[in-house]
Design a protein around this ligand. Structure first.
Ligand code: GLV
Length: 329
């Protein structure tokens, strides 16, 4: 019997073709609707491998159902949607897609910063709505980006690449991270500071930290209160790293000036989400790594990882380094 691979979203046939030659492959038929939990459960019971999205919860129940399951390849660098500890216990390799998305995600993050600072989305809507009557001295005047201070919280590969973008804008770069990165400091000219100092001194606070127990709700009302009134907050990591109500309150009371958000506490958000009512919020639908080239590279990396595990090899981008295969059906 050929190994069975279940893909939780519709992916381009041309990309998955390589797996179809060797394995039985089935996809959830929708591009823009998540697979329901009960379908995922039923598929996990049969599957040797799952190719999953950030919107799928790969919890204990799914991992326990997967009595043939050998590998879960998540189409993302983040893996907070997966119970990685449980996966190791069950002998399931967890793989993610680092590196291939670094530049693309940094581009989007910096673009979001620029859009929020220079009010690009608001201005584009203004023109499309026919509101532009004449050139005017302070029409949709935003804030400068060049020579300002950017504070990056979470200096992983994406953070470092955002910092590199910031050097081109002659920005002063602060960062906070679990570990200091002296080489990067030398190369890019970024300065390590405490979280409190970063919050207090930055004009742009850019959140790129992964979601963990330590970072959940890191940005509280108190933290927003510590920012400059002119500060713009950018989140391109995970929604639950911030207290969304606290951000809303900080924006509506004028404690900070604006926000650019690619991620939210509960995704997708509805039109009536309070943050969408604010003109100084730029909201995007979690598209950090979404260029055709990069998403294709991410899909290919997932496939490469799945095929490696099914062929008895160690996958290229393994998350649970303590993974040991268990002989399964
Ligand atoms: C997307 O959010 C990712 O983690 O790659």
């Amino acid at each position: 019997m050929k190994p069975y691979i279940y893909i939780t979203r519709k992916l381009p046939e041309a990309v998955i073709e390589v797996m179809k030659q060797k394995y039985e492959v089935k996809m959830w038929e929708h591009e823009d609707i998540s697979v329901p939990k009960e379908v995922l459960y039923a598929e996990a019971e049969k599957a040797d491998a799952l190719l999953t999205m950030v919107s799928d919860q790969i919890d204990e129940q799914i991992l326990t159902a997967g009595n043939r399951l050998k590998v879960v390849a998540n189409l993302a660098v983040g893996f907070d949607n997966i119970d990685v500890k449980k996966a190791s216990i069950k002998g399931v390799a967890i793989c993610n897609t680092p590196d291939v998305l670094t530049d693309t995600t940094a581009d989007l993050t910096f673009g979001l910063l620029m859009a929020a600072a220079r009010r690009i989305v608001e201005a584009a809507e203004y023109v499309k709505e026919g509101k532009w009557k004449s050139w005017s001295p302070l029409l949709l005047a935003g804030q400068d980006i060049h020579h300002k201070t950017i504070g990056i919280v979470g200096m992983g590969k994406i953070g470092e690449t955002v910092a590199k973008r910031a050097t081109g804008f002659d920005m002063n770069i602060l960062y906070h991270n679990r570990t200091r990165k002296p080489d990067m400091e030398q190369r890019i000219g970024a300065k390590y500071v405490s979280f409190e100092e970063l919050v207090e001194k930055s004009d742009f606070i850019v959140c790129l930290t992964p979601l963990t127990q330590e970072t959940r709700n890191l940005f509280t009302r108190e933290v927003f209160r510590g920012m400059k009134q002119s500060a713009i907050f950018i989140n391109a990591s995970r929604g639950p790293v911030i207290d969304e109500q606290a951000l809303y309150d900080a924006l509506t009371t004028g404690e900070i000036a604006g926000a650019g958000l690619d991620v939210f506490e509960k995704e997708p958000i509805n039109r009536d989400h309070p943050l969408l009512s604010l003109p100084n919020v730029v909201a995007l639908p979690h598209i950090g790594s979404s260029s055709v080239e990069t998403r294709t590279a991410m899909m290919k990396l997932c496939i490469e990882n799945i095929m490696a595990v099914l062929e008895g090899k160690v996958p290229k981008t393994l998350v649970n380094k303590d993974w040991k295969p268990i002989v399964k059906a």
